[in-house]
Structures are given as C-alpha cells and as structure tokens.
Ligand binder design. Structure first.
Ligand SMILES: Cc1cc2nc3c(=O)[nH]c(=O)nc-3n(C[C@H](O)[C@H](O)[C@H](O)COP(=O)(O)O)c2cc1C
Length: 189
C-alpha cells in the first residue's frame, strides 16, 4: 500500500500521551499541513491557537467537563463524571481551530477548518505523533467569555470550532480501530 493510504488507515484517535512536549520542528510541519488544506473560494478562513501552557489546557478541560456534566445527553454526562477524565487526555499540546465569522452563507468555514484538522491529524501520524480531534470543547466555547477566548489567542472575528490534542503516544495507548460501516457507498454507473 502507498504511504499516504497507509497513514490514513493507521491514524487512530489517541487517548494516552507521554508528558514530554513534541519538538517545535514537528509542530511546525504539522501546522503547515493544516494550512495546505483546501478551502472554499480559497478563503483559508482558519486560525490555529497552539496552547502549550498546562494550566490553560487544564482550565479548558475543567470548564468543558463542567458543561458535560450538565448535558442533556446521558453518555456525555457519564463521560464528564468519569474519575480522572481529562478532555485532552493530558496531551502536552492543544490546537484550537477557529473559523472566520460573518462570511457568505455559501462559504462554510467549519468545513474548511475540518479539512485542515484532518491534514493535521494525518501529518502528525506520518511523524509518529498522536492526536485526537476534540469536539467536546464546543460546550465550553459557546459559554466562554470574550476574555477567555482572547486568552486562547482567538482573533476578533473568529469563532472556535474544535480542538486537537497532540503529543507523543504513550507506549500503552490503546490501538482499537472502530469498525467502519459497510453500507456508506452507492455506485451509480
Ligand atoms: C468532529 C469530531 C469530534 C470528535 N470529538 C471527540 C472528543 O471530544 N473526544 C474524543 O475522545 N474523541 C473525539 N473524536 C474522535 C472520534 O471519537 C473518533 O474519530 C472515532 O471514534 C473513530 O476512531 P478513530 O479516530 O480512531 O478512527 C471526534 C471526532 C470528530 C471527527
């Protein structure tokens, strides 16, 4: 199998990390892959906040967990109540991906940002670095104050969509590839 296809298939959501920080050169390569994603009308409507301050990462996790505990969804509440649960699985780097607001309705920055995120996940995997796409932080983002968003380095006119946990995989990380649904493709030819 060629390397790109192998990387796509081998990438997993990693939920156990080593505390050791990733190297800046690796971080730059990963972020560069993000900005090479396609975007509608080539707007490149993304912003990446790279957070490596442990207190800030823990604060985001705690605020997200507080919201998870109030969720109307039982599985979300249960996860939030899990002993020792950390939204980023104690990864040493978190990337918050924000999109530009106020554009044409036809343009959907969340789609462009998601393409960038997938590039980041694949680039990281190609370097042997673990990642996990984190949607739960959306619960915190919608309730965050302007000041809290500014502290995350989110520029005026951007809204945070998702986060990515990034770090070296713990040797005991679980490699479980959830089965893929078999009926997702229709051929018409
Ligand atoms: C939009 C989105 C949001 C996600 N949010 C979370 C999350 O908050 N926490 C988490 O542990 N995994 C999260 N994931 C990871 C999925 O659970 C994971 O991709 C899925 O179970 C398939 O596993 P794999 O990534 O190992 O193939 C998210 C994935 C996507 C695409």
């Amino acid at each position: 199998m060629n390397l790109v296809l192998e990387t796509i298939k081998n990438r997993r959501s990693i939920r156990r990390y080593l505390p050791q920080q990733i190297r800046d050169e690796e971080l730059s390569l990963i972020l560069e892959a993000g900005v090479w994603a396609p975007s509608a009308h080539n707007e490149q409507p993304w912003h990446f906040s790279v957070i490596q301050k442990e207190e800030l990462i823990d604060m985001m996790s705690e605020k997200t967990i507080a919201m998870m505990k109030k969720s109307r969804l039982e599985w979300v509440r249960k996860m939030g109540e899990r002993e020792g649960f950390h939204v980023f699985y104690n990864a040493p780097t978190v990337i918050v991906v924000s999109g530009k607001t106020g554009g044409e309705a036809l343009l959907k920055p969340i789609a462009d940002c998601s393409a960038a995120i997938q590039n980041i996940l694949l680039a990281a995997e190609s370097l042997g670095i673990g990642t996990c796409w984190i949607g739960f932080t959306g619960l915190f983002f919608v309730t965050a104050t302007k000041e809290e968003l500014q502290n995350l380095g989110i520029p005026e006119g951007y809204e945070p969509f998702y986060s990515i946990a990034v770090g070296y995989k713990s040797p005991d990380h679980l490699y479980s590839a959830p089965r893929r649904k078999q009926n997702a493709i229709t051929y018409i030819r």
